[in-house]
Ligand binder design. Structure first.
Ligand code: SF4
Length: 309
């Protein structure tokens, strides 16, 4: 359809979609650059569950692959865990249709999990452990140099709060890290993308979404509480989620309380003024949260964050 045959409403929808797609592409491009996620010659194994996040990740990576100044290949991998009612034709048809190299791995982890875990108990931890092992094995078999997962900014923030509220740790979910078996580099190209942008994008692109409740597992209650809290904050305090994510990119170990991260035991006053030294008696000054961006966090100390005066 050409521009002249579109109605005003369709033109507006097209304009909004283009803006959204551009923003997501920039978010992914920035995350890839800031963390050096993808390098020349990489073979990226894109883990595809059939949910909105992994479809969006694959779609945007395929777009970036065309314009990137480096060469890298993509293999989409889906693990069919044999959950009852899993629509096994959807992903192969989609992936063949868009012409991307792919593997569908069939492993009946569902039977193992339902046999081993007592009825009524949560199955997610064993299920995801099994899935992780299989995906690592596949990454080795296909010679993947990176494993890409579809976690986005809001997953990263939720994990931070889960760890703080229930785990007593200041720990989130990294955009890039070596896998726990030490053999793979795991990347999260959607690390800077907001979940609400991904929902709108997946909706507009009409990805053939596979429902995520086929295993019959109850949603994790703690995760649910955190997700509700973040959604509520986002509504009542626009800019707060952005600021919190920026804070994760702007960590000041000397202003926390972990002697393993900062050598408090051996600090000495050497008479040299320090921009990041303790201001002891000053009140904190805060910027407008809506104006703090990830890019700001890459400059030396712009924002005085944390702490009631
Ligand atoms: S929700 Fe179901 S498929 Fe997902 S990790 Fe939990 S048990 Fe496994």
């Amino acid at each position: 359809m050409t521009d002249s045959t579109l109605s005003e409403v369709e033109k507006k929808q097209q304009y909004n979609f283009n803006k959204l797609a551009k923003r997501l592409r920039h978010n992914v491009g920035d995350a890839i650059n800031h963390f050096n996620m993808i390098e020349e010659g990489d073979k990226v194994m894109v883990c595809l569950s059939g949910g909105k996040d992994s479809y969006t990740m694959l779609d945007i990576l395929l777009g970036l692959q065309k314009s990137a100044p480096i060469n890298f290949s993509i293999v989409a991998v889906n693990l069919d865990q044999k959950q009852p009612g899993f629509p096994e034709d959807i992903l192969p048809a989609y992936l063949t249709g868009i012409g991307v190299e792919h593997r569908i791995i069939e492993e009946d982890t569902y039977s193992i999990v339902t046999r081993v875990i007592e009825e009524g108990k949560t199955t997610c931890s064993l299920c995801s452990r099994l899935r992780r092992g299989i995906l690592y094995r596949v990454a080795e078999e296909i010679g993947a140099t990176k494993i890409a997962l579809g976690h986005h900014r809001d997953d990263i923030l939720s994990t931070l709060f889960l760890n703080m509220f229930y785990g007593g740790k200041l720990k989130g979910m990294p955009p890039k890290l070596v896998s726990d078996n030490g053999k793979h580099v795991v990347i999260r190209p959607l690390a800077y993308c907001k979940e609400k942008d991904i929902i709108r994008y997946a909706d507009a692109r009409e990805f053939p979404i596979i429902p995520c409740n086929l295993c019959g597992s109850q949603p994790n209650l703690q995760r649910q509480i955190i997700a509700d809290m973040l959604r509520d904050w986002d509504k009542r305090f626009p800019g707060r989620l952005e600021t919190m994510f920026t804070a994760m990119c702007n960590v000041v170990p000397s202003h926390l309380a972990d002697p393993k991260r900062y050598d408090f035991a051996n600090i000495k006053a050497d008479g040299q003024p320090r921009e990041d030294g303790d201001k002891a008696f000053d009140k904190e000054v805060f910027s407008d949260p809506a104006r703090i961006s990830i890019m700001d966090s890459r400059r030396p100390i712009q924002v005085e964050a944390c702490g009631d005066a």
